[in-house]
Write a protein that binds this ligand. Structure first.
Ligand SMILES: NC(=O)c1ccc[n+]([C@@H]2O[C@H](COP(=O)([O-])OP(=O)(O)OC[C@H]3O[C@@H](n4cnc5c(N)ncnc54)[C@H](O)[C@@H]3O)[C@@H](O)[C@H]2O)c1
Length: 358
């Protein structure tokens, strides 16, 4: 069956734009019609396959002249809200990067505008693509682990602490809104929701900036105003206790994202470095008696499960636009995660637990 042609454009031509361009243009019947970024187009990182696509330094002009059906928003977080509203006003569906916005109010306004425009909104919660995360979600949804009793999540990186990493928008709270909390924490918040199917009731947390300043490209030291470390506690549906820790400055850690949890009948862990494996000890026979062993075995995911594949995020919005029934993380998911982030900021200000709104 021939898919109707879908006109596609990207806003913000930095690192993550390549992922959007590659995944979305790989879908049948997608034509890339424009790329935009206020900086000099000669410096953009455009994959060779899209080298000939028209480049614009004015996003409004690009939207007007190229009339895309779908745009990706791959800019620093501060611009997600206004660019989403602009793209919706030009009639486009939107695939936005995470975190959805700087504040809960902005995220609510994006979801309201999307709904009023009758367009789809996706958010790139990319760990929903990891096979182990999806397999764990299926096991839990099928009740194989019984009622979830505890969750522990860590997401550790080192890149901001590295001397070679120069000052960027990620160090500026006015452009990023958050540091580790919004960059990595938001993946943890969504990852736990996705795997367990549980929602957030209330949270309490702490964040700190361990990196006072960074040199910019000219060698000038600039103050860093975003958090580098955060830890928080959440109460999930049914009173389940979940713990979280994230940092961007833990030497030796590249991209270590792990969710470990126990249900009544088993314990499992998923890890970003092991996308096709998971640690699992489960089943009534295995757990009837307590065991002294603490080395939960690492298991290969069944080939049959791996063969099934999954619509990739952010690409899955394309079949959804065409009316196919496909699972992809939406603005509503982005808004839920934003509400958790918002409650965490409130808790850090007040030192008290904060309810997560719905
Ligand atoms: N889903 C993921 O796992 C993942 C991974 C990396 C980044 N991200 C997210 O992607 C976004 C971008 O991150 P990045 O690493 O690509 O940053 P980056 O600095 O590499 O690129 C950002 C680009 O946006 C451009 N830009 C700035 N303001 C703009 C505007 N008003 N209009 C158009 N373009 C503008 C910049 O010139 C730059 O080219 C952030 O929201 C980040 O959180 C998500």
């Amino acid at each position: 069956m021939n898919s109707p042609s879908l006109r596609y454009a990207v806003i913000g031509m930095g690192g993550v734009a390549q992922v959007h361009l590659n995944q979305i243009s790989a879908q049948a019947g997608v034509t890339v019609v424009g790329l935009s970024d206020p900086t000099d187009p000669a410096g953009w990182r455009v994959p060779a396959a899209h080298a000939g696509v028209p480049r614009f330094q004015d996003t409004e002009q690009m939207l007007r002249e190229t009339r895309p059906d779908l745009v990706s928003i791959c800019t620093p977080n501060k611009f997600h809200h206004d660019l989403t509203l602009l793209a919706l006003r030009h009639g486009a569906h939107v695939s936005c990067e995470k975190p959805l916005a700087m504040t809960v109010a902005e995220a609510e306004s994006m979801e309201a505008a999307r709904s009023a425009a009758g367009r789809l909104g996706g958010i790139n919660f990319s760990y929903r693509n990891v096979a182990a995360f999806r397999f764990a979600r299926e096991l839990i949804a099928a009740g194989e682990l019984g009622r979830i009793q505890r969750v522990n999540t860590v997401y550790l990186q080192s890149f901001l602490g590295a001397a070679a990493t120069l000052y960027s928008w990620r160090n500026d709270v006015a452009l990023a809104g958050f540091g580790a909390l919004g960059d990595l924490g938001v993946h943890m918040i969504d990852g736990v929701r996705f795997v367990t199917g549980l929602e957030y009731r209330r949270v309490v947390g702490l964040a700190q900036t361990l990196l006072p300043e960074k040199p910019d490209a000219t060698g000038r030291l600039r103050p860093a105003t975003t958090d580098t470390n955060a830890a928080f506690l959440a109460e999930l549906t049914g009173g389940v206790v979940a713990t979280f820790e994230t940092t961007q400055v833990a030497p030796g850690y590249g991209n270590f994202f792990r969710i470990e949890l126990s249900g009544e009948r088993g314990t499992l862990a998923v890890h970003s470095d092991h996308p096709e494996e998971l640690w699992l000890r489960a089943g009534a026979t295995l757990t009837r008696y307590a065991t002294w062993k603490t080395d939960i075995p690492l298991q290969q995911l069944p080939t049959e499960f791996l063969g099934r594949g999954a619509p990739p995020t952010p690409g899955a919005i394309v079949p959804a636009i065409r009316g196919e029934k496909v699972d992809f993380p939406t603005f509503a998911d982005g808004l839920k995660a934003q509400r958790v982030l918002g409650a965490l900021l409130d808790s850090m200000r007040t030192g008290a637990w904060q309810a997560v709104g719905s």
